[in-house]
Ligand binder design. Structure first.
Ligand SMILES: [Zn+2]
Length: 98
């Protein structure tokens, strides 16, 4: 069963942390900060749901979740590409066909 409301898909990148763990990160177009979520050990997945922790009160993700779609890996958060809110909407429309 799918949730009644669809959570946005967001392209995210894996980054190896100094402590040996892995984080999933993307540069947020709504608050301009890098959102970072831990990736559970031994549970690699292309899609993973997370609660958003966006600091922009206008963010559509405020108080909701989203799904991270892991599209690659980078060495540091400085290498994360910028993505616009429009890009994310277009991606979601393309994936869902709506
Ligand atoms: Zn944000």
């Amino acid at each position: 069963m799918k949730a009644a409301h669809r959570e946005d898909l967001i392209p995210a990148y894996r980054i190896k942390r100094d402590d040996g763990g892995t984080s999933l990160m993307f540069r947020c177009p709504h608050c301009q900060a890098v959102h970072s979520h831990g990736e559970p050990d031994g549970e690699p997945a292309v899609l993973t749901g997370r609660g958003a922790h966006c600091s922009n009160p206008q963010s559509p993700w405020q108080g909701r979740g989203y799904r991270l779609m892991i599209v690659g890996s980078v060495r540091s958060s400085k290498q994360l590409p910028s993505i616009t809110a429009t890009d994310i909407v277009a991606l979601n429309e393309a994936v869902t066909g709506s």
